[in-house]
Design a protein around this ligand. Structure first.
Ligand code: HEM
Length: 498
């Protein structure tokens, strides 16, 4: 499927059709069901934990001690470079030493690893060959290097001249190589911060939101931990969504009465799960403080374009074709569960389909390709799963359109997703938009961060990739609403798009 992604846009649908026909022939399946048999053997999805691995990732082998050591030391040595409060200033020299250590390529250093074990660290461009055939190790090394890159970049005090930040080759080169194998962006992603960043509290108990804790926290705050936990809770809830989608695509004949009854029941259940996810997202209000989130946590996540057009950008030393790198940083917009839902329910973020009511001027101004771009930050196998789902020859919305018994539960599910996005907008507003305007000016961190966020001259709050935030999120919400069927009920004043 990835090979298909590499083809020019105009060839992709032809290639997908050819693949689908080939599978039909090979499997002797009816025209309706190429999806299931053609499923590649492994999308790296677990029946219980969904896109999270079923077990915590192991640490890297000894050859890569330098990376693991730098990561475990960073919380004790490194603080935000833009933070000018007294405590952070005290860390300026240890932060600088931590970065200098990484920059000194090909020299030997003695690193003290607790508990007092001495390790020789060679900060060279370490050959990643020993990791190549072990997916879990590759994932761990992506996590470690991506965290190191963000520690490195954001512990550097802001450059007065606005020059780009140089990410040293000892991090940049292996991170890009590993990302190429995993087919994902060489930067901190949702997978690094949430999917792969945990261990079990009690290894004898099953993996669940109650039995995991997060290992790497850039800010070291409980708020960051809780944010990851809420995201993981939503992600784990998503495992049941994947089962419903899988069941739908596995039904042999959607015309049968029993099939229609199962689809309707599953869609009603889907609406309930989405409602639970809305509750989960809303639960951040109890466990994540907006100030801490905005001023202490979020600055660490910024990618090379986090400040919009005025971003100084990053240079990945020793890496060719820099301009082709995706370096926007993590976002829950990279959650494959949400994309799976969008595909299943046929949400048209790119405004390519004729739907009612027509998009507003603001909707048209939003970055319609945001969600598609976020897929490049997912592990390739998860993206393949989504591609496979998009290629399903049995679009649910079309079935709902021609089958009254499916239409209502379909609409319920869409409505629940619209409600999710409504509530999510309120949260983004509280945690990002409001905070960007209400920085506590007495606090030097706040003042400095506000300056950074606004590029010194005011401007809209931005999301991952420097997008104008509220326009983006509202466009996603409105695109969701437009998937609703039964247009005949939408007279003047009846549209439920706000
Ligand atoms: C404090 C809590 C949260 C805040 C402040 C927040 C903020 C944001 C922001 C600013 C964006 C815009 C794109 C970006 O910058 O990445 C975004 C996108 C997104 N967030 Fe959140 N988010 C929060 C929690 C969550 C959680 C727990 C989920 C769980 C699934 C989630 C799901 C999404 C999705 C799917 C998108 C893509 C846009 C969309 O689908 O509407 N967010 N979020």
């Amino acid at each position: 499927m990835h090979m298909i992604n590499n083809l020019p846009q105009s060839y992709r649908s032809v290639a997908r059709l050819a693949l689908s026909l080939l599978c039909e022939t090979l499997n002797g399946y009816t025209r309706e069901t190429p999806y299931r048999r053609c499923k590649p053997p492994n999308f790296d999805i677990d029946a219980t934990t969904g896109f999270l691995p079923s077990q915590p990732l192991p640490k890297l082998p000894e050859t890569f001690d330098c990376w693991e050591t730098a990561l475990s030391e960073a919380p004790f040595q490194v603080r935000l470079g833009a933070d000018e409060d007294e405590e952070a200033l005290d860390y300026r020299s240890s932060s600088a030493a931590w970065r200098a250590n990484i920059r000194k390529v090909s020299e030997y250093f003695i690193c003290e690893v607790p508990p007092m074990k001495l390790t020789t660290c060679q900060w060279s461009v370490i050959d990643i060959a020993p990791l190549r055939n072990d997916r879990r190790m590759l994932q761990r090394s992506h996590l470690v290097l991506a965290f190191l890159v963000h520690y490195f970049v954001h512990s550097t005090p802001p450059d007065e001249n606005g020059d780009p930040i140089v990410v040293p080759r000892s991090l940049a080169v292996p991170l890009v190589e590993i990302s190429q194998i995993l087919e994902m962006a060489p930067v901190l992603t949702f997978a690094d911060t949430v999917l792969w960043n945990w261990t079990t509290i009690n290894p004898d108990l099953p993996v669940s939101a109650e039995n995991i804790r997060f290992l790497n926290l850039l800010s070291g705050t409980d708020d960051e931990h809780n944010f990851y936990l809420v995201s993981a809770r939503a992600e784990l809830r998503g495992a049941e969504i994947l089962r419903i989608i899988e069941d739908y695509n596995g039904i042999r004949d959607t015309g049968e009465l029993t099939s229609i009854s199962k689809i309707s029941k599953d869609l009603a259940r889907l609406a309930e799960i989405i409602a639970e996810m809305t509750e989960i997202v809303n639960s951040v209000r109890n466990v994540v403080d907006p100030h801490v989130f905005y001023f202490a946590v979020r600055p660490w996540w910024k990618g090379s374009d986090g400040d919009g057009p005025s971003s100084p950008g990053w240079i990945f030393e020793g890496v060719p074709d820099q301009d082709k790198l995706d370096l926007s940083g993590p976002s829950a917009g990279q959650s494959s569960v949400m994309h799976a839902l969008d595909i299943f329910l046929d949400i048209d973020h790119k405004l390519e389909k004729r739907r009612f009511p027509a998009p507003s001027e603001n909707n048209k101004k939003a970055d319609g390709s945001f969600m598609e771009r976020m897929r490049r930050y997912m592990p390739g196998k998860h993206r393949d799963y989504l591609e496979n789902l998009s290629a399903s020859s049995r679009p649910l919305r079309e079935l709902a359109q021609r089958t009254p018994a499916v239409r209502e539960p379909y609409n319920l599910a869409v409505k629940a997703l619209k409600k999710f996005r409504d509530e999510h907008i309120k949260i983004a507003c509280l945690y990002v938009v409001t905070m960007s305007r209400s920085a506590p000016l007495t606090c030097p961190v706040g003042a400095m961060m506000m300056k950074m966020e606004r590029g010194g001259g005011g401007g809209p709050a931005r999301g991952t990739g420097g997008n104008e935030l509220s326009t983006l999120l509202k466009a996603g919400r409105d695109a969701t609403a437009r998937a609703m069927l039964e247009e005949r009920n939408w007279g003047p004043g009846k549209s439920w798009i706000k």
